[in-house]
Design a protein around this ligand. Structure first.
Ligand code: 13P
Ligand code: ZN
Ligand code: NA
Length: 283
């Protein structure tokens, strides 16, 4: 069965690795990341955006994730990524999600606290993990668009008071990474991360995992990032593999002919990210 990600992430923080959390949009993407994690004996977080929940319906997603959890020998959690809508979040918990992110980072601090608190109350009662964000992660993720000049680093003292006030078990502090592929290299505030990690003991979440160079991922993980989200690079790998099939054979009409290479591409990329996060062998 699907498990809550709370204990998985606490173990990761204690042991100095990060659990990789992959955004999936189709059954094939879900299967590919499960195969990758199973092969490397890594605990896994499957996650979907709000857009994907609306596209597929939470019941289909939960059913597929439950089959994965039943067949695989690794621990698997199912997480709702960047949700701003309380009702949708509750619907996902009801459907069987075992972790949810309430993203109220676009609101002032006090309102972020209030909205997060409300979610912590219902999710904790259901045995479901909660993630919240402080500061603002830049870039584009589903319908959430944050321009570079509006991206904002988390404030260490606010991280302390936020965790205390909300009881949130996992925190995503913005440290300069962004959703999507970087123009050049990300400008990560490692000193800021170090300070946050010194002040709060809950597992920290690294957003914007696509495009971060390996040694910077490793530095973040060493400093306390216990979950790494990867979305854009998986979509690119999946889509490019399909494009290559149609480039070679524009008349192709057997979905298996393009889905099989797409799955292989996603699996290979997921295995790279699992190793980068030090999550292999941790199941
Ligand atoms: P990327 O699209 O940069 O991998 O970011 C993923 C993410 O943070 C999802 O919440
Ligand atoms: Zn994110
Ligand atoms: Na990114």
């Amino acid at each position: 069965h699907l498990i809550s990600s709370t204990s998985m992430l606490q173990a990761a923080r204690e042991q100095g690795f990060a659990v990789t959390a992959f955004n999936v949009h189709t059954l094939e993407m879900l299967q590919a990341v499960v195969d990758a994690a199973q092969e490397l004996q890594a605990p896994l977080i499957l996650q979907t955006t709000v857009g994907t929940v609306k596209h597929l319906g939470p019941e289909y997603i939960v059913a597929a994730a439950q089959v994965a959890a039943k067949q695989a020998s690794i621990p698997i959690a199912l997480h709702l990524d960047h949700c701003t809508d309380y009702d949708l979040l509750v619907a996902c918990i009801r459907a069987g999600y075992t972790s949810v992110m309430i993203d109220a980072s676009m609101h002032p601090y006090d309102e972020n606290v209030a909205r997060t608190k409300e979610v912590v109350k219902v999710a904790k009662a259901a045995g479901v993990n909660i993630e919240a964000e402080l500061g603002k992660v830049g870039g584009v993720e589903d319908d959430i668009v944050v321009e570079d000049e509006d991206a904002k680093l988390a404030v260490p003292q606010e991280c302390v008071s936020f965790v205390e006030a909300t009881g949130v078990p996992t925190l995503a502090p913005a440290i300069g990474t962004a959703h999507g592929i970087y123009k050049g290299e990300p400008n990560i505030a490692f000193g800021r991360l170090e300070e946050i990690a010194r002040l709060v003991s809950v597992p920290l979440v690294l957003h914007g995992g696509s495009g971060i160079p390996e040694e910077q991922v490793k530095r973040c993980v060493k400093l306390g990032m216990a979950k790494m989200n990867v979305a854009t690079e998986l979509r690119i790998a999946f889509s490019n593999a399909i494009k290559a099939v149609f480039d070679a054979n524009p008349e192709e009409n057997d979905p298996r002919k393009y889905m099989v290479p797409a799955k292989q591409a996603v699996k290979a990329l997921a295995m790279d990210k699992i190793r980068m996060a030090g999550c292999d062998g941790k199941a």
